[in-house]
Design a protein around this ligand. Structure first.
Ligand code: GAR
Length: 195
């Protein structure tokens, strides 16, 4: 199983996924693809010996389909069997998600179905929630939707800010995403629930 990992930023989840795909793991990373040459994760992927590419979404003014066609070309060129979105901050069209349905995972920093979209940690704090967390799910046409494959919960502590909470959730993301990917690539569809 050859895995393309799509990123927009520092790529800390990508690093954990790449590190996990070794030994008897049923998958290997074949590409780290960013939507900007500035994505800090690209250099980290190169250091780990993973092929990298970028397709700058700003080149495709108003043309999400054209941007995704280019993404698809690069992903296919690398012989990818599945996609892991790891902090990829572009909304994908229904056409692209259909192409990869059942073969594309995403990690989202909330306990879905709560807090789809952005500012998840601040929204959880503002709502007075007792806990927050992260979710790995299959990607479908609807944003931050699709079958849930794993969730990890963390308590929200008195005095938490969005930053302190995000850091605690990110620690869990780094464990949960590799665990879910390993199971998914092995053909298991059981759900992981931590915390
Ligand atoms: C992660 O917290 C991930 O859950 C989030 O972006 C961060 C990327 O960090 N993803 C989303 O918000 C997707 N809607 P990373 O680049 O260090 O992995």
């Amino acid at each position: 199983m050859r895995v393309a990992i799509l990123i927009s930023g520092g790529g800390s989840n990508m690093v954990r996924l790449v590190e996990s795909m070794a030994g008897d793991h049923p998958a290997r990373p074949c590409l780290v693809l960013a939507n900007s040459a500035d994505a800090g994760g690209l250099a980290k992927a190169q250091e780990m010996g993973v092929p990298t590419a970028h397709v700058d979404h700003r080149r495709f003014k108003g043309g999400r389909e054209a941007f995704e066609k280019e993404l698809q070309n690069v992903i296919e060129e690398h012989g990818s069997d599945m996609i892991c979105l790891a902090g990829f901050m572009r909304v994908l069209t229904e056409g692209f998600t259909r192409l990869w349905e059942g073969r594309m995972l995403n990690i989202h920093p909330s306990l879905l179905p709560k807090y789809k979209g952005l500012d998840t940690h601040q929204r959880a704090i503002d709502a007075g929630d007792a806990e927050a967390g992260c979710t790995v799910h299959e990607v479908t046409a609807r944003l931050d939707d699709g079958p849930i494959l794993g969730q990890a919960r963390v308590p929200i502590l008195a005095g938490d800010t969005a930053e302190t909470l995000a850091a605690r959730v990110l620690e869990q993301e780094h464990k949960l995403y590799p665990a879910v990917l390993r199971r998914f690539a092995s053909g298991e569809r059981g759900r992981i629930d931590w915390g």
